[in-house]
Design a protein around this ligand. Structure first.
Ligand code: UD1
Length: 422
C-alpha cells in the first residue's frame, strides 16, 4: 500500500488551479447513459472513483476514454443493465446508475452498496423515489431488481434532502412521462451541475439549487459536450491547509459562492480571505482563533466533507471549539489519529470538543476515509517533524495526485510505493 511522508512545518505558498468536482462528475457520467451516442465531458478529475465509474460503464457496454481531463463516452453500444457486484462494492456512488439504467432499459439489477467507514449510508430514499415513478422493486438479499415498463412523473417529497436520491430521481424522471416534482430536494452545487448537464442534453428541469425541483419528462435526450464545475471540497481542503500552515495561497478556478460557509468559518478563525471572481486568496500569519460552534448540515450550511479538515485548524487554535457532525454518524474517526499527533479533542456522541494546542507533532497515522485522510495530510503539513499517512488509497479516491498538488505549493511531501517482491 502506498503511503505519504510529510516533513511538516513549512507554510504553503503559491498558486494552484482547482480540479473538476468528483461529486459532480460521477452523477454526470451516469446520466450520460440517458442519451445514445458520444458525450464529451471536460474537466473530469483523474481519480480512483472516476476510474471505477468508467470501468462500470465499460462493463455495461460503453466505450470510454479519459485523457487530459476530458472523457469521451460512447453509450450507443451499452446493452447490459446489471451492475456487477464486485464493481458496485468498490464505490458507493455506483448507486447513481440505478435511475439512468432503469430509464434506458426499463429494468436494472444492482447491489446494496453496504455501509462504509463513515456510517450506514442507507438507500431507502433512492428506492422510494424510483417506486413513486412507477418502478417495481424486489430485494433479494443484497441484490436489488428494479423494473418499470414506463416511468411516470410523480410528486416526491424527500424526508431528508439526500444528494444521491435527488440526483437518482432527477435522472430517472428526465425521461419519464409527465411532470415530476421533488420537494425537500438537496440544494448542493453538484445538483445544479447535473441539471445543467441534463438540460444541455435536452431535458426540461428547473429549480436545482432550491428545495423544489421540477422535471418535465421528454421523449429522448441527445449527447452533448459539457464542462464539470470546480471541486469545492478540494478547494476547501487547500484553503484550510494554507491557514493551518500559516501560508499564503491563491486558488484559481473556484466558485467562491459554493464555499460561503467555509469562508465564513475561516474568517471567524482570523484567516484572511480575498475573493476576486473565480480566484480565492487565503493567508494567515498568526495562530487561528477558536470557533465556538460549527454544525455540519446539508448545503448551504457547513459541509460534512470539510468537517475533518477544519478540525485540524481548530486543533491548533487559541481556545475551545465545538464541531458537531449531523450527516454521517461514523465521521469522527480521525479524532484518534489527530490525538496521536498531540491534538486535545474529546468526543461526546456526534460532537467533538476541541481544545487548541500550540503545535501538533509528526506521527504515523492511518487514513480511515477520504476526507479524514485529507485532514491527516493537513495535520502533517502543519506539524513539527515527520508524519507518515498510511492507507492513502482513500485519499486517491477524491484528490488528483495530492502530493504533486501540495509540493507545487512548497510542501515537503512524497509518496512511497512498496517495492514488489519477486
Ligand atoms: C453525497 C456526496 C458525499 C457527501 C454527501 C453529503 C457524492 C458522490 N457524495 O453523498 O461526498 O458527504 O453527499 O453532503 O456526491 N440517507 C438515507 N437514505 C437514503 C440516502 C441517504 O437515510 O436513501 C442518509 C445517509 O445515510 C446520510 C444522509 O442521508 O446520513 C446524507 O446522505 P446523502 O445526502 O444521500 O449523501 P450521498 O449522496 O451518499
Amino acid at each position: 500500500m502506498d503511503k505519504l511522508v510529510i516533513e511538516g512545518g513549512k507554510p504553503l505558498s503559491g498558486t494552484i488551479v482547482i480540479q473538476g468536482a468528483k461529486n459532480a462528475a460521477l452523477p454526470i457520467l451516469a446520466a450520460s447513459l440517458l442519451a445514445d451516442g458520444t458525450t464529451t465531458l471536460d474537466h473530469v478529475p483523474d481519480l480512483l472513483d472516476i476510474d471505477v465509474m468508467l470501468n462500470i460503464l465499460r462493463e455495461l457496454g460503453c466505450r470510454a476514454e479519459h485523457t487530459g481531463g476530458t472523457v469521451v463516452l460512447d453509450t450507443e453500444t451499452a446493452h447490459i443493465s446489471h451492475v456487477p457486484e464486485s464493481l458496485m462494492r468498490q464505490m458507493r456512488s455506483s448507486i447513481f446508475l440505478m435511475g439512468p439504467l432503469l430509464a434506458r432499459f426499463g429494468e436494472t439489477q444492482v447491489y446494496q452498496p453496504g455501509g462504509c467507514a463513515i456510517g450506514e449510508r442507507k438507500i431507502d430514499l433512492h428506492l422510494e423515489g424510483l417506486q413513486a415513478l412507477g418502478a417495481e422493486i424486489e430485494e433479494l438479499g443484497n441484490r436489488i431488481i428494479c423494473r418499470a415498463d414506463k416511468l411516470r412523473g410523480a410528486d416526491i417529497h424527500l424526508s431528508f434532502p439526500s444528494v444521491g436520491a435527488t440526483e437518482n430521481i432527477m435522472m430517472a424522471a428526465a425521461l419519464a412521462e409527465g411532470r415530476t416534482t421533488i420537494s425537500n430536494a438537496a440544494r448542493e452545487p453538484e445538483i445544479q451541475d447535473l441539471q445543467g448537464f441534463l438540460n444541455a442534453m435536452g431535458a426540461k428541469i428547473m429549480g436545482a439549487g432550491t428545495d423544489t425541483i421540477t422535471i418535465d419528462g421528454v421523449q429522448s435526450l441527445t449527447p452533448c459536450r459539457y464542462k464539470v464545475i470546480p471541486d469545492r471540497i478540494v478547494a476547501g481542503t487547500v484553503m484550510v491547509a494554507a491557514a493551518a500552515t500559516r501560508g499564503q495561497v491563491t486558488l484559481q478556478n473556484t466558485q467562491p459562492a459554493h464555499l460561503s460557509s467555509l469562508i465564513h468559518v475561516l474568517r471567524r478563525a482570523g484567516v484572511q480571505i480575498v475573493v476576486d471572481g473565480d480566484i480565492i486568496k487565503v493567508g494567515s500569519a498568526t495562530r487561528p482563533r477558536a470557533v465556538e460552534r460549527i454544525v455540519t448540515s446539508p448545503y448551504p450550511a457547513f459541509p460534512t466533507d470539510l468537517q475533518s479538515q477544519v478540525m485540524v485548524l481548530l486543533a491548533l487554535a487559541d481556545g475551545v471549539s465545538v464541531l458537531k457532525e449531523t450527516i454521517f454518524e461514523g465521521r469522527l474517526k480521525h479524532v484518534d489519529e489527530l490525538s496521536r499527533m498531540g491534538a486535545d479533542i474529546r468526543v461526546d456522541m456526534n460532537a467533538a470538543f476541541i481544545r487548541g494546542v500550540p503545535r501538533l507533532y509528526g506521527a504515523t497515522v492511518e487514513a480511515t476515509d477520504l476526507r479524514a485522510g485529507a485532514a491527516l495530510v493537513i495535520a502533517g503539513l502543519a506539524a513539527q517533524g515527520k508524519t507518515v499517512v498510511e492507507q492513502i488509497h482513500h485519499i486517491d479516491r477524491g484528490y488528483e495526485k495530492i502530493e504533486t498538488m501540495l509540493a507545487r505549493l512548497g510542501a515537503r511531501i512524497s509518496r512511497y510505493s512498496p517495492v514488489p517482491n519477486n
